[in-house]
Write a protein that binds this ligand. Structure first.
Ligand code: PLP
Length: 237
């Protein structure tokens, strides 16, 4: 049921903030048995809407644009943690390097090198995920599995000490075909397990799998997502 239909069934005095709260409670209950964490995607949402979620208890927020991330961060309490989930340009890394908690969208060696450089300047470690291309659409960003392996075997990567790769991120094809999405998420999970043994010696830090959006997070949960990135299902369309 979509949000508009739902609003027809709700008491007349039910405000949007209450609805965000109800959505949030329902989703938290769904994620809990899987031990999966929620990244609340705040793109195109006002600071007020985001604050409603903060008050409900949410602390992990994701933006896909650097400028909006920086602006919203100043409007929220300091214990909110910020994740960059969208395509990141190398010239913007410096703006988020001092505080970003996790970058989900590393899709090139060039970007990884810049994150290493800026993390070093800030004297902090930055956790990142490699974004792997798993969808059919040509437009989605991400590395092929070959590119990811070549990055991980390179001397450049091995000499880095401020950037830490803690897992993978992927976006499935935008389709109602559940079997297709299922296959794509299963493929990402398999590749994750393969890298874990081949390149990370099973170290515990390599443990995150960021997959699943409003449309397909239930499928992602079945394949071991540790983060789902949800926007519209929380805030409404
Ligand atoms: C917008 C966005 C999401 C959330 O999408 P919804 O369909 O609103 O849940 C997740 N991940 C990325 C990278 C996004 O840009």
């Amino acid at each position: 049921m979509n949000t508009r239909m739902l609003s027809l069934l709700l008491p007349k005095n039910m405000q949007p903030a209450d609805m965000v709260y109800e959505n949030y409670q329902r989703i938290c209950a769904e994620l809990k048995p899987y031990g999966c964490r929620l990244v609340a995607v705040t793109k195109n949402r006002s600071a007020e809407e985001v604050m409603a979620l903060y008050r409900a208890g949410q602390r992990i927020f994701g933006e896909n644009r650097v400028q909006e991330l920086c602006a919203k961060r100043t409007q929220l309490p300091h214990d909110a943690e910020w994740h960059l989930i969208g395509h990141l340009q190398t010239n913007k890394v410096k703006y988020i390097a001092p505080f970003v908690k996790l970058i989900h969208s590393v899709d090139s060696m060039k970007l990884l090198k810049e994150i290493e450089r800026q993390a070093c300047k800030c004297n902090r470690k930055i956790d990142v995920l490699l974004q792997i291309f798993i969808a059919e659409e040509e437009t989605k960003f991400g590395m092929s599995t070959e590119e990811a392996e070549s990055l991980l075997s390179s001397g450049d990567y091995r000499s880095m000490s401020y950037v830490r790769i803690v897992g993978l991120m992927g976006m499935a094809t935008n389709t109602r075909d559940e079997a297709k999405v299922d296959k794509e998420f299963a493929g990402l999970k398999n590749f994750f397990e393969y890298l874990k043994t081949q390149y990370f010696g099973n170290i515990p830090a390599f443990k995150e799998l960021s997959m699943g959006m409003s449309q397909d997070y239930k499928i992602a949960l079945r394949h071991g997502a540790t983060y789902v990135r949800l926007g519209s299902i929380l805030f409404g369309e």
